[in-house]
Design a protein around this ligand. Structure first.
Ligand code: RB5
Length: 152
């Protein structure tokens, strides 16, 4: 059970898994906003990634983005200031990107993962807190790069 706000998005390659994640999160007490897509009609993953990322950054929420591989979503999401998006396909990375990178968006590949593993990755990502300490300075360094590159 959690009162965290989770914002979801997917392209046509990821919408079925995204829907499954949405129902799983609702059943587990999360507040969920689903920004689509909701059909197999082709859409550009970058537009969905941008929409979700802007909401996550503005509202201090957590995002989950699903496309075929998770990679296009992560590349696009990481262009938005304040976003640290990680594409994960195994448990260790999903845990450590929260502990060390304070990732605020999890990207998943619906053509890479079975839904059982995907839900496990969602669980560990959402239930692992940032470790802080030496990692704070490293994250600040990433923010400085964003400012210098005028991203956002
Ligand atoms: C769509 O065919 C596919 O390119 C997209 O879902 C994603 O895998 C991109 O990274």
């Amino acid at each position: 059970m959690s009162n965290k706000l989770i914002i979801l998005g997917a392209d046509h390659g990821g919408f079925l898994l995204k829907n499954e994640i949405r129902e799983y999160l609702k059943q587990n007490g999360y507040t969920v906003e689903d920004l689509g897509t909701n059909s197999a009609d082709s859409v550009n993953y970058a537009n969905i990634a941008a929409e979700v990322s802007h909401e996550v950054a503005a509202r201090g929420a957590t995002g989950i983005l699903v496309c075929g591989t998770g990679i296009g979503m992560s590349i696009a999401a990481n262009k938005v200031k304040g976003i640290r998006a990680a594409v994960c396909s195994e448990y260790f990375s999903a845990k450590y990107t929260r502990l060390h990178n304070d990732a605020n968006i999890l990207c998943l590949g619906a053509r890479v993962l079975g839904s059982g593993l995907a839900l496990e990755l969602v669980d560990v990502f959402l239930n692992t807190e940032f470790e802080g300490g030496r990692h704070v300075e490293r994250i600040a360094c990433i923010s400085k790069i964003e400012d210098e590159e005028h991203i956002g």
